[in-house]
Design a protein around this ligand. Structure first.
Ligand code: PHE
Length: 492
C-alpha cells in the first residue's frame, strides 16, 4: 500500500518533499512509509534524503491535561460564585490539582485568596482553558505561538523531540511498480522454459545467514564422562565388547551367569520380558546342557542349586538387565578357541522393570570391565580397580563384601567423595565363579575379575543433577543439553 502510494505519486510529481506530510495526507502510517522508502532507496527506485525536524511532544502530565483539562480550570470550577473556604476547597480537589491550580489561577488573576478569612473567591466570570487547547493543538501537529510553547515547556507539559523523515525523488531505477525478481530456479521454470525471460535476484554474499542450530551432546555422551571412561579403558589396554543387542535371552543374561531360575531378579517385576519374539531361536546346545547340569547337580567342586532347570525359562527373551550378559557371551566365545588372556570393556544401555524415582530409571547405562587370565586373584582385582578409579581422580577406595550369583568373592566399591565428605558407592565387582566359567570351556586355572558401575551416577555427581529424570528419559529439558558446556575438565 505504502509502496504503491510512493511510486505512483512520483509518476506525476517531482518529489515527495516530506514523508511526514505525505503519510498524513494519504492516511498512512509514517513508520511503514519510512521502511518502504528505505527499501525502495536500496534498490534505486527512489533517492531519499533525510529530514530532521524538531517537534514537540506532550509529556505524561501534558497528556493528562490535554485529556481532562488543566489544574487551574479545575480549581476555578470548584469555587462557587459566593466563594469557598480553603478547607472545603481542598476537600474537593486532589492535593496536586489544588496546589498547581492555586499557583496558576492566582497568577492568571482568576481567583483570589483572602488570607485572614481563609476564603477563595472568583475574580472573573469566564475562563478558558488555554493550556488544554494549546496542548491539543500540539497533539494535532499544529505549531502554537512561541509564548505558549515557552510557557508549556517551563511547566514541563511538552518537550522537544527530533522527528526524522525523508524527502524523496525518482531514483535511477525508477519504475511505477517494483519488479519482482525470481529467487529460485525451479523444475517448473525448466519445464515451461520461462527461465529464459526471468530476471533473477543477485546473490547477496554479505547477507547474514540463519543462525545455525548445531547438534548438542547430551551430558551422558560428552567427552568428560562416557568418552573419558572409554579412554581410560583403552589406555589400560581393554578392548570394547559389541553391545548392540538390547534384546537378550534369559540364558545369556541369567543362566550362563549361574543365576538360578527362581532368583527374584528373574521375575517380571524386575525384568522386562518380550512378547514378540517371546523366545530365543537358538542357543549352543552342548553348552546349554552343561549349564543345566551345573544348575541342577553342580560339578567343578560345586553342589549346584538342586532344582529342575527349565529350558523354557532360559529361552525367554528380555531386555538385558546388565551388560554382564554381553560379558558372558564374550567369555563363551573366548572359551571356544585356544586360550588367550583378554581385557574387555563395554559401556551401554540396560533395562530394569523398576519403580522410577529420583535416582532410578527403568533404563540406564552400565560400564563394565573384565580381565581374563591365568591365576588372577582378589589382589589383582583390587589392584586393577585402584588403577582404574585413580585415573578418574578417585584413589581413596574401600571395599565391602557383597553378593552376586555369578561372582565369589564379590565386593562393592566405595570412594571417598571430597565434596560430599562421605563414602559413596561407585560400583560392584567380583571374581566370576567356576560354575560360570568352567561350563563355557575355559581352562581351570583361568580366572576372570570383573566390575561394573552405572554411567549415570558419576554424571549426576559431575553435573550436579540430583534427579535422574532430569538427565535421562522423556522429561529431560532440552535446554539443559543445549546450555551445557561443551567440555568440562576433571571428573568427580
Ligand atoms: N552386573 C553387575 C550389576 O549389574 C555388576 C558387576 C559386573 C558385578 C561384573 C560384578 C562383576 O550391578
Amino acid at each position: 500500500m505504502e509502496e504503491e502510494a510512493i511510486l505512483s505519486h512520483l509518476q506525476d510529481h517531482e518529489e515527495i518533499a516530506d514523508s511526514g506530510q505525505f503519510a498524513a495526507e494519504k492516511g498512512l502510517d509514517h513508520d511503514k512509509v519510512v521502511n518502504v522508502i528505505k527499501s525502495l532507496h536500496g534498490y534505486g527506485y527512489i533517492v531519499a534524503q533525510d529530514i530532521k525536524r524538531e517537534t514537540l511532544v506532550l509529556t505524561e502530565e501534558g497528556e493528562t491535561y490535554a485529556a481532562v483539562g488543566s489544574p487551574e480550570i479545575h480549581l476555578f470550577m470548584a469555587i462557587p460564585p459566593e466563594g469557598i473556604s480553603r478547607e472545603a476547597l481542598e476537600q474537593r480537589l486532589d492535593t496536586s490539582v489544588f496546589k498547581i491550580g492555586c499557583a496558576q489561577a492566582s497568577k492568571l488573576k482568576w481567583v483570589e485568596y483572602d488570607k485572614k478569612k481563609k476564603i477563595f473567591s472568583r475574580q472573573v466570570q469566564h475562563v478558558e482553558d488555554r493550556v488544554k487547547d494549546v496542548l491539543i493543538q500540539i497533539k494535532d501537529g499544529q505549531a502554537p505561538g512561541p509564548e505558549d510553547v515557552r510557557a508549556l515547556k517551563t511547566r514541563k507539559l511538552i518537550a522537544p523531540q527530533i522527528w526524522k523523515g525523508y524527502s524523496v525523488k525518482k531514483g535511477p531505477n525508477y519504475a511505477p511498480k517494483r519488479k519482482t525478481f525470481a529467487t529460485d530456479f525451479t523444475r517448473e521454470n525448466m519445464q515451461r522454459g520461462d527461465w529464459k525471460d526471468l530476471e533473477f535476484k543477485g546473490y547477496n554474499f554479505s547477507a547474514k545467514g540463519q543462525p545455525l542450530e548445531g547438534g548438542h551432546l547430551h551430558p551422558l555422551l560428552k567427552a568428560s564422562v562416557r568418552q573419558q571412561f572409554k579412554m581410560i579403558f583403552q589406555q589400560m589396554g581393554f578392548e570394547e565388547m559389541p553391545t548392540n543387542n538390547f534384546v537378550e535371552s534369559s540364558f545369556w543374561n541369567f543362566d550362563a551367569l549361574f543365576q538360578p531360575q527362581q532368583h527374584p531378579a528373574r521375575d517380571s517385576h524386575d525384568t522386562f520380558f518380550l512378547r514378540v519374539p517371546a523366545t530365543t531361536k537358538e542357543l549352543p546346545e552342548d553348552y546349554v546342557e552343561r549349564v543345566k547340569k551345573v544348575h541342577e547337580l553342580g560339578g567343578y567342586g560345586s553342589r549346584g542349586y538342586a532344582y529342575d532347570w527349565k529350558r523354557e525359562e532360559a529361552n525367554k527373551n528380555l531386555l538385558r538387565t546388565h551388560t554382564t550378559a554381553v560379558s558372558s557371551r564374550m567369555l563363551y566365545l573366548l572359551a571356544q578357541k585356544p586360550f588367550q588372556p583378554k581385557k574387555y570393556f563395554s559401556i551401554d544401555r540396560v533395562f530394569r522393570n523398576e519403580a522410577v524415582d529420583k535416582t532410578h530409571l527403568a533404563e540406564f547405562h552400565q560400564i563394565e570391565g573384565l580381565v581374563c587370565d591365568r591365576g588372577l586373584t582378589l589382589g589383582d582385582l583390587i589392584g586393577v580397580l585402584h588403577d582404574f578409579f585413580s585415573r578418574l581422580g578417585m584413589s581413596n577406595l574401600r571395599f565391602k563384601p557383597a553378593y552376586n550369583p555369578y561372582t565369589e568373592p564379590s565386593m562393592e566399591i566405595f570412594s571417598y567423595h571430597e565434596g560430599f565428605k562421605k563414602w559413596v558407592e561407585i560400583g560392584n565387582s567380583g571374581i566370576f565363579r567356576p560354575e560360570m566359567l568352567l561350563p563355557m570351556g575355559l581352562p581351570e586355572d583361568v580366572s576372570v575379575i570383573a566390575w561394573g558401575l552405572s554411567l549415570e551416577r558419576p554424571t549426576m555427581i559431575l553435573y550436579g543433577v540430583d534427579n535422574i529424570r532430569d538427565l535421562f528419559g522423556h522429561k529431560v529439558d532440552l535446554g539443559l543439553i543445549k546450555r551445557n558446556p561443551i567440555c568440562r575438565l576433571g571428573i568427580y
